[in-house]
Ligand binder design. Sequence first.
Ligand code: 3PG
Length: 316
Amino acid sequence: MLNNLLYFIMKVLVATEKPFAKVAVDGIRQVVEENGGELVLLEKYTSVDQFKKAVSDVEALIVRSDKVTSEILDAAKNLKIVVRAGAGYDNLDLEACTKKGVVAMNTPGQNSNAVAELAIGLMIYISRACFSGVSGTEISGKTLGIHAYGNVGKLVGRAASSLGMKVAAYDPFITDASVYAKDSVTKMDSIKDLYSKNQYVSIHIPATKETIGSIGYDLAMSMPKNGVLVNTARKEVIDEEGLLKALLERTDLKYVTDVAPERSAEYCEKLGTRFFATPKKMGAQTAEANINAGIAAAKQIVDFIKNGNRRFQLNK
Ligand code: 3PG
């Protein structure tokens, strides 16, 4: 009875500082409206106050990397569910969600291919000296270490081996050797081995208490000659000072990243074409990823409100 009532009055806010492609918004709207709901759109907002105002009377919220803090949750008087349309949920305050009785979910796997394609693209871009006109190198025949073998890591591995790279991976949460063997990927037993034995390393770890600032001077310095570090995960996992120090000491190393580091200007100035950062997080910025993650989020909301389905709940 309660579920039916919520189902009929459902108001869903899509709050995206970095908007979805229009085609994805249309798809989300269709799912919401077909299920008796109303879609409210807040795009490219510039202040927390705008977000607080928009969220004040909605039952459901879809976000991307937008920060859902206790301040936002306090303003969201009717909120029952928030879905991060994407994989990484370091932008959701899960404790505050639980305190407020708000169910928090993500949509794992829905935008992985876009991120994986970007990782490969960045690898090639930096290896070709950012297409600056000077001679670069190829990735075929080189070794690639994948740091975390989840949805994105697996897709990067598959694409890289089809381009002729020799792929290895390290993931502390996947200890079953058959997972790697099945994909013809060499299982690495430590982070240290991953970085010291592979010329390219592609980072796919989430930003957590344990991983923030965990990749810096020592790991970079341990990389083989002409090492290339590729980061399409989170800028927070990098110890920026330590990495810059290593890049300045080892002029053979390169760093390419989706999302500029805090010290981007200094990195650019000191490293030239050995460094490249996207101006905005671009990993999931494809129409396909927006459609997949956005529509999955809308469907998860409907399924939760109508049927109580909590499959992707994060704050259990
Ligand atoms: C994710 O965690 O899903 C990706 O980093 C994409 O984030 P975005 O939706 O903010 O582009």
